[in-house]
Write a protein that binds this ligand. Structure first.
Ligand SMILES: [Zn+2]
Length: 238
């Protein structure tokens, strides 16, 4: 960890060590009072343990990973990352992050945060090596696997999104009544949904077997041949 400064970590082997896993801020806007309040709480803990005689490792830097910076760079320069050469785009991201990180660190020093600046934190060669090595170790232990799971996908960014990156918006839409044919009995049942776009992924309809209105569907329970695209069938919940 570099960067110097008053709170640079000096490890005294005879003392216990406290490492703070700081959440680095994303480059999605200028620092605001809410963010400062959050880091002030972390700062209090760092200072408390320092006074108790601990070696305190309290790094601070910007989150230099992935999507948020890419989106900011696209907005700032009015470009699309798929239309500019990769090297040029990475260079713009680096430039943007350096400016952004500089501003953050300066503001966080001015309010008196007792961190040490971890220059190029998660973007350094050293850190990349550690993460890659960790991944390889996990792979060798058989702890990494590949599988299919439902995920949030952004068609604009062409990548999967973390739940934390998704913002919800209230929207008026339609409640659609859709007729499904029960495979076993040929009977039609109607379900209501605000998400008709999920229809192609529907392979079964759940019903409450304790509800007298659906009692007759008991006949069609536990269908075995459920395949996407096959005639819809009905199954029970639980
Ligand atoms: Zn997106």
């Amino acid at each position: 960890m570099g960067g110097g400064g008053l709170f640079e970590v000096k490890i005294d082997e005879k003392r216990p060590t406290l490492v703070i896993d700081t959440p680095p801020p994303y480059p999605s806007g200028r620092p605001h009072i809410g963010g400062i309040a959050h880091y002030a709480q972390i700062d209090m803990i760092a200072r408390f343990f320092r006074m108790r005689g601990y070696n305190v490792i309290f790094p601070f830097y910007a989150d230099r990973n992935g999507l948020p910076v890419e989106v900011q760079v696209e907005k700032t320069y009015g470009i699309n990352m798929y239309e500019v050469p990769r090297e040029r785009f990475l260079e713009l991201c680096r430039k943007f992050l350096d400016e952004y990180e500089g501003e953050f660190v300066s503001i966080f020093r001015r309010w008196g945060g007792s961190f040490s600046y971890w220059r190029n934190g998660t973007d350094s060669e050293e850190y990349r090596r550690v993460t890659q090595e960790t991944f390889i170790n996990l792979w060798n232990k058989g702890l990494i696997y590949e599988t299919s799971r439902p995920t949030l996908w952004c068609p604009r960014c062409r990548t999967a999104l973390a739940e934390a990156e998704v913002e919800y918006r209230e929207e008026d839409s339609y409640l659609n009544y859709i007729k499904f044919r029960v495979k076993e009995t040929g009977e039609d049942i109607i379900i209501a949904t605000t998400r008709p776009e999920l229809l192609p992924a529907t392979v079964a309809v759940a019903f409450n077997p304790g509800d007298s209105r659906y009692k007759r569907l008991e006949l069609a329970r536990h269908c075995s041949s459920v395949k996407p695209g096959s005639p819809y069938c009905v199954t029970s919940i639980g």
